[in-house]
Design a binder for this molecule. Structure first.
Ligand code: FAD
Length: 566
């Protein structure tokens, strides 16, 4: 940073717009790299560095005290970091010719200019609120800030809220559902897409949908909200939808996504990407070499698809803030891109994913090329089965068929889910293959995992396919009516439900009954979730049969069936 604007203090000046995830991190990092710089954060709200991720739990009273959401205060920034934090101060314009910003104090109305040598934009993203009829009725809320959460908490208490409608079934919508149910409120979710959690593939989302229903949440998928009306006697709200449903309630939470706050950047003539986020390079520099941008407001490169995407997550915002500070202070740090690693708790379930989903691969491909990938489903337990409390984790694992590169994983379970996703996230970032996951050396004791951890297992199952040891088939191959379909479960399991036209030879009888199977043609082998059928596939292949293992077995078929594909 070359000092150009030292008129006030004679020191170079870094100005930061937005004082929460990206902005606060950037400021603190900049101070750790330079004691010689003036650093000022402008935050238009009343708080800096607050835990927006904790807001649903504050509404739900799991976090009862507001002060627990405040990770730092202006005085903390002043005393610990010698950073000047100005809350209630909105930056209203950037003058790139003069290298200064215009600031308005929202409490006093005072307007003033501040000069910069380096400017960092971390203004975040605003909840989307489409101009639907009745959207401004009292009792319709979005959740982004601490004041938003106060308003929701007060409304719940003052109006004695009994029924709430959440519009949007993404992360924030689902977290709010859990928290409102926890307060004794009856919750409906209206979601335009045919599934919740758009980051998941639909058959994985089914597990979450079932769990929401089991916890009393009423789900209305594939239906868009068209407007809001006042309740009949002047009380409450009625949410109307495209399918002409009416959902009467006492409160609405609008959680259909966020949009980058780019007004300042656009008015200043900075380059904006096609998705509506600020365009930056891998050092978080905008199209103006003195201005950096980080967090929810920027477009980022997806490391799997090679495409620009918008990603509103705290981890990338923090890392980008740090990188911008490094670069401003003369270091050569670079942002590696994103892979959308995310986790969400939904009642007793943990839902996590990283990398590409199958639907994203079908849309965007791999590194901009048409996707050649394969997927497997497995359901290991989070620790060894013999130790009490083992819980299954349903995993969908996706990899490239060319070199075995790990492309993405989704997991749903009660325990140990995020740990597996985190390991695979690092593998994706390092360009690792399924063969690397086979060899990953991970912690093991009975309480924590297995000697073959679910991460190893995912790699092994995929590697078995790529080596040709256990070719894979899927539920929809079974439905093609080609070849022999072999069920290797017990007769009792078979009697309880099986693929139409399949024959039943239990795994433990298979070696003695090979003569019942045709020597030519394909045999598709299945069981409950793909484990026994893998053993059977190996027996058959070693005996000269052309056998494939139906990944995820009956379990995946049942998930798919609920998507409504069949
Ligand atoms: C309810 C909720 C739950 C979430 N949960 C998670 C989670 O569990 N995990 C996760 O990874 N992410 C979560 N997120 C997302 C995460 O909080 C954001 O990705 C992250 O905060 C983005 O950081 P940022 O610095 O870009 O923006 P923000 O943290 O939103 O900060 C932007 C700040 O800039 C201020 N500002 C904007 N314009 C101006 C201006 N012109 N002048 C002055 N100030 C301005 C705004 O007032 C705001 O305070 C959640 C978000 C919400 C709202």
């Amino acid at each position: 940073m070359s000092p150009h604007n030292q008129e006030q203090s004679g020191r170079p000046r870094v100005l930061i717009i937005g004082g929460v995830a990206g902005g606060a991190t950037c400021a603190a990092r900049a101070r750790r790299l330079s004691e010689e710089t003036d650093i000022i954060i402008f935050e238009r709200g009343p708080y800096v560095s607050f835990a927006n991720c904790g807001l649903p739990y504050y509404v739900g009273d799991i976090i009862p005290k507001e002060r627990d959401l405040l990770l730092a205060t202006p005085s903390y920034f002043r005393e610990r970091f010698n950073i000047d934090v100005r809350v209630h101060c909105e930056v209203t314009a950037i003058n790139r010719q003069k290298n200064e910003v215009q600031v308005r104090n929202t409490e006093t109305g005072e307007v003033y200019q501040e000069a910069y040598d380096a400017l960092v934009l971390s203004p975040g993203a605003a909840p989307v609120r489409p101009p639907l009829p009745g959207i401004d009725l009292p009792g319709i809320f979005s959740l982004r800030t601490i004041p938003d959460s106060h308003r929701i908490r007060e409304w719940i208490v003052e109006r004695g809220v009994k029924r709430a409608v959440i519009v949007g079934g993404g992360f924030i919508g689902l977290e709010m559902a859990e928290n409102l149910v926890g307060r004794g409120i009856s919750v409906s979710i209206v979601e335009m897409l045919p599934q919740v959690m758009p980051s998941l593939d639909p058959e994985m989302a089914v597990l979450v949908q079932d769990h929401l229903a089991a916890n009393g949440v009423s789900l209305h998928l594939g239906d868009a909200v068209t407007g809001f009306e006042q309740g009949a006697d002047g009380h409450g709200i009625v949410v109307t939808t495209q399918s002409r449903d009416k959902h009467p309630c006492d409160m609405v939470i609008f959680a259909i996504g966020v949009r980058p706050e780019i007004k300042l950047a656009r008015e200043a003539g900075l380059e904006i990407g096609a998705l509506g986020g600020i365009r930056v390079d891998d050092q978080m520099r905008t199209s103006d070499s003195r201005i950096w941008a980080v967090g929810d407001a920027v477009e980022v490169l997806d490391v799997v698809s090679g495409e620009w995407i918008l990603l509103a997550l705290a981890g990338p915002a923090n890392r980008q803030g740090r990188i911008a500070a490094d670069v401003i202070m003369g270091r050569n740090s670079r942002f590696r891109g994103v892979q959308a690693t995310a986790v969400c708790k939904v009642f007793d379930l943990v839902v996590a994913s990283t990398g590409a989903s199958e639907k994203a691969l079908q849309r965007s491909g791999i590194d901009g090329r048409r996707a050649r990938y394969e997927k497997v489903y497995l359901e290991p337990t989070h620790h060894v089965g013999y130790y009490p409390g083992a819980k299954p984790i349903m995993i969908k694992f996706i990899f490239s068929t060319e070199e075995g590169r790990v492309l993405g994983v989704q997991a749903v379970g009660e325990e140990g889910v995020e740990k597996r996703i985190d390991v695979i996230s690092m593998a994706i970032q390092k360009g690792a293959t399924v063969f690397d996951l086979e060899e990953a050396e991970l912690c093991y004791a009975p309480q924590f995992g297995g000697a073959k951890d679910p991460v190893n297992l995912a790699g092994m199952v995929a590697a078995n396919i790529l080596r040709g040891d256990s070719p894979v088939a899927h539920w929809d191959d079974v439905n093609q009516g080609q070849g022999t379909v072999l069920d290797v479960r017990t007769p009792r399991e078979f009697a309880a439900g099986h693929f139409e036209g399949s024959i039943n030879i239990p795994l433990d009888e298979l070696r003695g009954r090979l003569g019942e199977l045709p020597q030519d043609g394909e045999i598709l082998v299945y069981c409950r979730q793909g484990h026994r059928s893998y053993y059977a596939t190996r027996i058959l292949r070693l005996n000269g049969f052309n056998a494939s293992n139906v990944s995820g077995g009956i379990l995946t078929y049942n998930m798919q069936r609920k998507v409504g594909v069949l």
